[in-house]
Write a protein that binds this ligand. Sequence first.
Ligand code: FMN
Length: 350
Amino acid sequence: MQVGKGFFMDGHLLNNKDTMDKPIQFKVGAVAVYGKAILAPMDGYSDLPFRVLARELGSAMSYSEFINAKDIIYARRPGYEKRLEFLEEERPVVYQIYDEDPERMIKAAIKLQERGADILDVNMGCPAKSVSARGAGSGLLKSPEKIAAIFKGLTAALNIPITGKIRLGWDDNNLNYLEIARIIEDNGGKMLAVHGRTRLQGYRGEANWEAIAEIKRQVSIPVIGNGNVRLAGDIQKMMDYSGCDGVMIGRAARLNPWMFSGYERWEAPQELVYQSAKRHLDLCISHYSADYGLILFRKFIKSYTSIYDIDAETRLKLVTTQNVGEFYDLLEGLFSRKLTHQKGIVVGDR
Ligand SMILES: Cc1cc2nc3c(=O)[nH]c(=O)nc-3n(C[C@H](O)[C@H](O)[C@H](O)COP(=O)(O)O)c2cc1C
């Protein structure tokens, strides 16, 4: 059954079903990628259910939430297993790892490779103090020689492609992105995702697309641009501006996963929104459990409902209903009538 630009069948959204008929957008080593828009890795959000949904809607590859190398080596957090699971239909699957110690990172990466991911990505962007203060995530940007050792070591030890995700530098006085990009390429990196902000900027302010363009001009591996993509229309804008090979979308994709099918948030057909919500909830329940799945699904309730004019009682039920069967009924009842958009909803609002 077709809904606008969206397809669904047997509870699966199938916007990406003809992936292999599309032209190759770029290659990561030998791994072909067939689209230009990619869901960004987001701790706490890009779990299996949301990744599968995004992939079915058209996201071109699946990045895991970042994975602490220590948790792989010492297996100290049993719940971590869930973070490592993926579905075959998500491929190409990227495991993203973080650590400050090259040796430990390589050991952990070997274990991760055994689990069948297609690509291993090194996080060099996380600004959180708990990560960057120990020299991991964006903390690595301060140690280019460590980045060289990590890429050299990983490339030698693994047979899947190694990629990196960076920021532009620690702060405006330390914008070393061209140096880091060169080091990554020279030491075997096969793709680079660039969040066009510094560590100091966090998630605020404008992302610097010119810097992404500079990197693209300098390296010959694929470059994925990231930052300041709020609307579906921004994807092509960023590609045109920077010449990047693909675009990675984080926060805006949480509110509008339909941008992977080319829709602005307000354009997504109501039936597609409903089918997406159901599919997402199904995935949460099968990946976690009924109760926990519903709790985690609720993180996304705004994506499915905030654009619509919904009465206060229903809104309250959407956040309080605990029984999963009742919640499905609530969704069905809500979406079975023609919903109108709220007045004053800000375009690209987060
Ligand atoms: C809640 C949250 C969690 C994130 N977790 C990760 C992560 O695990 N790995 C990573 O490389 N980036 C992570 N990021 C950064 C995003 O991948 C992305 O680079 C950043 O949000 C900028 O893109 P955006 O402006 O489209 O959101 C995270 C961002 C957010 C908001």
